[in-house]
Every structure is written in C-alpha cells, then in structure tokens.
Write a protein that binds this ligand. Sequence first.
Ligand SMILES: NC(=O)c1ccc[n+]([C@@H]2O[C@H](COP(=O)([O-])OP(=O)(O)OC[C@H]3O[C@@H](n4cnc5c(N)ncnc54)[C@H](O)[C@@H]3O)[C@@H](O)[C@H]2O)c1
Length: 277
Amino acid sequence: MFGALNPDSIAWKVAERAHEEGATLTLTNTAVAMRMGETQKLAEKLGTIAISADATNVGDLSNLFLKSIEYLGGKIDFILHSIGMSPNVRKERHYSDLDYNYLNKTLDISAVSFHKVLQTARKLDAINEWGSVVALSYVAAQRTFYGYNDMADAKALLESIGRSFGYIYGRERRVRINTISQSPTITTAGSGVKGFDRLLDFAERMSPLGNATAEDCAEYCITLFSDLTRRVTMQNLFNDGGFSSMGMSLLALQQYEKGLHKDCDCGEEGEQEHDLE
Ligand SMILES: NC(=O)c1ccc[n+]([C@@H]2O[C@H](COP(=O)([O-])OP(=O)(O)OC[C@H]3O[C@@H](n4cnc5c(N)ncnc54)[C@H](O)[C@@H]3O)[C@@H](O)[C@H]2O)c1
C-alpha cells in the first residue's frame, strides 16, 4: 500500500479496511513522509512493517518489492498506488505560467511512478496471477476544473498508463489494472488544491448520492482487490456519487441563484483576469 501519510489519507483507510478483511500487507511511503507523517504508527496498529521508498526511484521500488515478498512469505495479490504531488500547485504557479522543472516532478511523482511500480513488479514477477492493481485518479483527467492545475495532466497520464500496462500485464500474467476516480476528499493532498472547500461543496450539491468519502473509496478498492472482479481491467471507475454524469443539479442551481443577487466577490480586476478562467 503506497501513500498512507496520516489518518486522513485515502490509503490509510484502504489499509485498515483490507486488514479488517483479513489481508496481510506492507506499507510504504517516502523517507521524509515516514519521518514527518504517521505511516509507522499505522504499521504498528496493523501489525506489519513500513518500508521507505520513493516511488520515482526504480532501485527503491525493487528493494520494496523484494522486502515485501520476503516479509509476506510470497508474491503479492494487490497493490494500491495512492500518490500525488504537484510542486506547481504547492508554489501556486498558474497553469499558464508553469515551472517546467516542477511539471516534470508532478508527472514523475503522480503518474510515471505508476509505470515504474508496474514495470518493476513485472520484471521481478512480484504479482500473483489474477492479482489486482489500483491507482487513484480524479475527474479533472477528462474535464477541466479550476485550480487543479498540472495535476489534471498527471491524472490523464496515470489513467492512460493503467490502460496501456493493463493490456500487457493482463495478457501475460492475468494481472488486472484499474484506476478509481474519487470525489474530492479532505486530505493533505486534496486540501492543497485552490478553492478546495468550495469544490467539495459544489461536488456535494451536484452528486445525487453525495461525495464519496475516503471510507467509501476503501470499500470500492476492496471489491477490486477481491476475486469477485476478476475480469475488470483497464478501466477508469468513478466512485463519485454520480458527479461525473451530471450537468446541473437542483441543489447546485439553488445555491448559484443565491449568488446572482449579490455582487461577485471575486477579488481585484487584474487578479480576476488571471484567475477566473
Ligand atoms: N483528496 C482528494 O480530493 C482526491 C481526489 C481524487 C483522487 N485523489 C488521489 O488520491 C491519492 C492519495 O491522496 P490523498 O488525498 O490520500 O492525500 P495524501 O496527501 O494523504 O496522500 C498522498 C501520498 O503521496 C505520497 N507521496 C508523495 N510523493 C511520493 C513519492 N515520490 N513516492 C512515494 N509516495 C509519495 C505522500 O507521502 C502521501 O502519503 C492521490 O493520487 C490523489 O491525487 C485524491
């Protein structure tokens, strides 16, 4: 399980839920995250180990798989890739003024790392036949969302890697690969997105079933790890309360109408031009 930083992390909930279902698993995160975050605490709670690895580093990933196989006493049945980070978002670089070194980092950490995980696992033959790999995505891969910045491009690439590798790994070793496109969720990574609280509220009003929580996402992951979904592969699956199929809902329309009777409080004019695209 990649990406459990603290109890808000989606990966944290997935690890807890998988443990509840009787899975044995290992946790991993970057060395910095392991120092600053609570990955180790979760490992103790679940009676397992946390192995540090930077998911952009193939050497780290090889070591991670070998140690995991040794600890687990056999090959792996399921993997969760729950990794995302954009230095452009962090440093508030506008999408029309990206720092390209940052963009390379965004793509490497948030998308290419998925390829590195899959390629390393395949070379080591680390995953059992009928194993399952899931990565977490967001609907900004298909449609434009204000403030999501270069993470939208990273998610589009992530989903494409899932399909491309899904073909190879499925055909050769019957390993399935899917992405789950999750509702906005309050976590460390999520809260970094500009206007996140309003995005969360908008998505809640737009979704007939309401936003999917991290716990909901964990349950969906378990179905994909289980043998009950053996021939589901190369899919991007929405766990979003219906948001991705909506155009306008009554609840969102009512909220919008309230705003129409007030002057827009959108900041200075210059800022508006730059910001309100
Ligand atoms: N929170 C949301 O609104 C939301 C919505 C849809 C999809 N997602 C996706 O869910 C996934 C998990 O994010 P989260 O919301 O739980 O936030 P989070 O901040 O708890 O998790 C992100 C994790 O990525 C790890 N990470 C960063 N760089 C890494 C690297 N080089 N190698 C290994 N790990 C690294 C971090 O240490 C952290 O544990 C991400 O892919 C995110 O884009 C989140």
